[in-house]
Design a protein around this ligand. Sequence first.
Ligand code: ATP
Length: 281
Amino acid sequence: MISLEAHAKINLSLDVLNKRDDGYHNLRMIMQTVQLHDTISIEKIPSGVEIDCVASYVPNNSSNIACKAAEAMISKYNLNAGVRIKIDKRIPVAAGLAGGSADAAAVIKGINTLFNLGISQNELMETGSTIGADVPYCIMGGTALAEGKGEELTSISLLKDVPILIVKPRIGVSTAWVYKNLNLDKIVDRPNTEALISAIQNRDISFIAQNMRNVLESVTVIKHPIIKKIKKNLLEEGAIGSMMSGSGPSVFGIFDDKNKAISAYNKIKKSKNECILTFTI
Ligand code: ATP
């Protein structure tokens, strides 16, 4: 039996460059792992893949992405056994925090360890890319530039211990819907990705907070104006910058001081929205 933490991510920037012939978009995003995590335990069983995941809106059967990851590992490496996976879900679902991808990544890494396969991280990331575009990043973790569909990764120096307050309205957003409704010709406010990378290297938190941009935000905000309200609320409560993560609807605020983040958390948690205080890792 092995137990692993499957960490959520936030986007410090998200740019969509163009649409590809395969239907996906070419992206340019800065990804950041946070302490918030699901806990995954994996044990060997004689055969098959069993799942135990009791959480709203998450399948408790073979369509759970964690099962798909396990099946991919078992068939790719001809493993002569199966696994039982238990997911203790804490990452909000369909929230732009890559919760499913994080679980899949943990299962891939966990099976590598549990079966003593000794497979390199690069090869695990290759397997991950067959499961989902964000899975390779979740295997790698940390602070990274993600390009292509999200699977072409370059590490950036780590931006550790920055207080982050995640606020998620009690709605789910379909990533597919957001991309379908994105008009590439109408994007006006793109991130300056290079400037943000330099700011990360210099740990210039205030530049990062003020220059974070997510081109998907305007699409999701039209359907869910509450996102704009949450952004404003986070700034009023002391965040030095706030932005939607991924395709939403989670919004996060960056703080330059842990105590300010705690006091904002204590106020915002009284709202109807889910509120999580976490830190970058
Ligand atoms: P991303 O940021 O990568 O777009 P997300 O955070 O928006 O991801 P997820 O939480 O990964 O979204 O969930 C997307 C969908 O995947 C949900 O509709 C959910 O039912 C399904 N799903 C399958 N397996 C899982 C899992 N292990 N955890 C969460 N969702 C899962």
